[in-house]
Ligand binder design. Structure first.
Ligand code: ZN
Ligand code: ZN
Length: 319
């Protein structure tokens, strides 16, 4: 790449020496084997150039996204995983205590006799709602409904039966006046489980909201990256770069004399407004302006295209 840029800059400095063209191509028909080799070499070199630019466009966008979000993603993942681990561990203990209490002390008197069946009922409802939501999701997928409506319906079919069961458990516990003294194990262990279920479901809902907000911000950031907002680049300076007329010898490939193309949009320079970077690389003006909204270096060789200067000057010079 440096060799080709050197050749091009050299040709530019020599004032269009390339317009004379390489001798082998000026006489078609002659020496066609060498001509083909040259053509294939030129086209493969250009392919390498444009591939490296395209790769850089992708890498740069991903890198900016990661820079903006990596600390937050790591923090969120750590807090989330820790919370889930602690809650799962607590849930297992609370569940088995209540289950064991229902089995062992179910025969002792309780003024809310249904309380002894709460755990069994809760497990059954869990299984039924799981199957219901799987059936609903399969049914909606078969009918070609959107991913979002499938997600909403499966979430609802899996959550609503659980919430109804929890509310039933809550009313049993609130409606009891003597069970806590006549059957304390059943009463307190089931109460702990019901309260835990309610707290976990609320946390699930409350955690869902920040997650949705974060996803929204992430999408906005992708959009602003595409439009170049919020990142300081040198787009404002592109208009000051020298414009090269499309028939200029500078835009001809020094090796085969053909007109080069923009390595960002891959369109031939013959139909574009072309600018030259200080590193003597050529791009069409719209492509380089878009690239420079979030960058200051040449997409091809990473030399500085223009210094955007202090932040205050940048805002006044917005394109
Ligand atoms: Zn272009
Ligand atoms: Zn360059």
């Amino acid at each position: 790449m440096s060799a080709s840029s050197f050749t091009r800059s050299a040709s530019a400095l020599l004032g269009g020496g390339v317009s004379a063209g390489p001798p082998s191509l000026s006489r078609p028909g002659e020496n066609s084997g060498a001509e083909e080799t040259l053509l294939s070499r030129v086209s493969s070199r250009r392919q390498v150039d444009s591939q490296s630019v395209q790769r850089r466009l992708r890498d740069e966008a991903v890198e900016q996204l990661m820079q903006r979000f990596t600390p937050k993603i790591i923090c969120l993942c750590f807090v989330g995983l820790f919370g889930i681990a602690v809650a799962s561990f607590a849930l297992v203990i609370v569940f088995w205590r209540a289950f064991f209490a229902a089995l062992a002390y179910g025969s002792l008197p309780c003024d809310q006799p249904m309380l002894r069946y709460y755990m069994i009922f809760s497990i059954l409802i869990g299984r039924i709602s799981e199957q219901l939501s799987a059936k609903a999701s399969r049914y909606m997928q078969v009918r070609g409904m959107s991913t979002r409506s499938v997600w909403v319906s499966t979430t609802l079919t899996s959550l609503i039966p659980g919430w109804i069961t929890m509310m039933w458990g809550y009313t049993l516990i609130q409606g009891s006046s003597t069970c806590r003294t006549t059957n304390p194990h059943l009463f307190f262990d089931t109460r702990t489980y019901v309260y835990f279920q309610i707290a976990a479901s609320l946390a699930y809902l409350l955690l869902g909201i920040p997650l949705i907000l974060f996803a929204h911000r992430f999408l906005l950031a992708i959009r602003s990256l595409n439009s170049g907002e919020g990142v300081r680049g040198c787009a404002a300076m592109i208009k000051d770069l020298p414009k090269i007329p499309s028939d200029s010898p500078e835009l001809q490939d020094p090796e085969d004399g053909s007109i080069m193309e923009c390595s960002i949009c891959l369109v031939s320079f013959s139909s574009l407004t072309v600018v030259r970077t200080p590193c003597k690389h050529y791009f069409c003006e719209p492509c380089l302006t878009k690239w420079c909204k979030a960058n200051v270096t040449c997409p091809l060789c990473k030399s500085l295209v223009a210094d955007p200067g202090p932040l205050s000057a940048d805002s006044s010079e917005e394109v």
